[in-house]
Ligand binder design. Structure first.
Ligand SMILES: [Fe+2]
Ligand SMILES: [Fe+2]
Length: 202
């Protein structure tokens, strides 16, 4: 590790070097960064991909947490798909369309979560055998439209609560993952709203 003094000298040298090769100089800028040390660190751990030394969360714990969220999203895709194809009755058409739209959005969430798991150096778990036991929400089939809507509302409320907990757990230690989860959470809140509106209309 460099001392603060060494780091400052590094920064000065880097500034001179940058002046020499025609890059912008930021003369008089307060913000100084030890570019050389940063570049060395980046080269040392190439296998870590997007994860740099200043990553402050427990990476294994975050990957595990995201894999449970991935399982939840995949189960939600399957439940909404089942409900979409099984929705019957005079009110079925708009409800079935809503189920299909939600299924597509849950799939998008699953894809984003899997992408982030890989960025963190982990492996997304798509294993069908353990899917329902790892998922927070349940796969409930139902036959009546009303039961389907109610079950989806329950699942959305579970998703909302678990995403809130994950966001709270991450805090400022992994802001990229947290931001993604916050965006997903806002869509889950819309889903819950949609299901409640449908229940009111029934
Ligand atoms: Fe979702
Ligand atoms: Fe949802």
């Amino acid at each position: 590790m460099h001392t603060a003094k060494q780091a400052k000298q590094h920064a000065k040298r880097t500034k001179h070097a940058m002046t020499g090769n025609g890059h912008s100089q930021h003369a008089g800028d307060e913000f100084e960064i030890d570019v050389r040390a940063m570049r060395e660190r980046a080269r040392e751990h190439l296998d870590d991909g997007a994860v740099t030394e200043d990553y402050r969360a427990d990476r294994d714990a975050v990957v595990h947490m995201l894999n449970d969220a991935l399982a939840t999203e995949l189960v939600c895709v399957l439940r909404y798909k089942r409900h979409h194809f099984m929705a019957t009755g005079i009110h079925a058409e708009p409800v079935a369309a809503e189920f299909a739209e939600h299924a597509a959005q849950e799939q998008d969430h699953a894809d984003r979560i899997a992408t982030r798991i890989v960025q963190l150096g982990g492996e997304p778990d798509f294993s069908p055998d353990s899917l329902s036991s790892r998922s927070h929400a349940e796969y409930v089939t139902c036959t009546s439209l009303r039961d389907m809507i109610r079950e989806n509302l329950v699942a959305e409320r579970i998703a909302i609560e678990s995403y809130r907990e994950m966001i709270h757990y991450l805090g400022d230690r992994d802001t990229t993952t947290r931001r993604m989860l916050e965006e997903i959470l806002s869509v889950e809140e819309e889903h819950a709203d949609d299901m409640r509106d449908l229940l009111d209309r029934e």
